[in-house]
Design a protein around this ligand. Structure first.
Ligand code: SF4
Ligand code: SF4
Length: 114
């Protein structure tokens, strides 16, 4: 008879435990913690059109539309670093608690903020 591998005990125990992960999408997502960096939001009315956010964005997610003095954000490129929110002198950018952003079309309107 062979030796019982030591991993077998923990594996069997685990079969009778509740899962640690959230069973999304059957169960709604758990609340996000404070200061969570979710999908970015843009307040066009507050924007001064300075272009600073586009300069600091490390992933090229922000286009500066010079003629209209505004920006366009490609959410699919965003790395959720929040550097743009720190750079914005007008508080026109902020991170939301939203994180559900899966889609089959990366060019869907929902992923472009302007
Ligand atoms: S959060 Fe970071 S990656 Fe996303 S748009 Fe702002 S600077 Fe760019
Ligand atoms: S840094 Fe702020 S004010 Fe300047 S372009 Fe970006 S969003 Fe507008």
């Amino acid at each position: 008879m062979g030796v019982i591998p030591p991993i077998l005990g923990p594996c069997l125990k685990q079969l009778f435990k509740k899962p640690f992960t959230n069973l999304f999408p059957d169960v709604p997502p758990i609340p996000t913690p404070g200061n969570y960096r979710g999908i970015i939001s843009y307040d066009r009315d507050k924007c001064a059109g300075c272009g600073l956010c586009a300069m600091v964005c490390p992933s090229g997610a922000i286009d500066f539309v010079k003629e209209e003095r505004r920006i366009r954000i490609w959410i699919v490129k965003c790395a959720f670093c929040a550097q743009c929110t720190s750079a914005c002198p007008k508080d026109a950018l902020f991170m939301t608690e939203e994180f559900l952003s899966a889609d089959y079309d990366k060019h869907t309107k929902e992923f472009i903020l302007e």
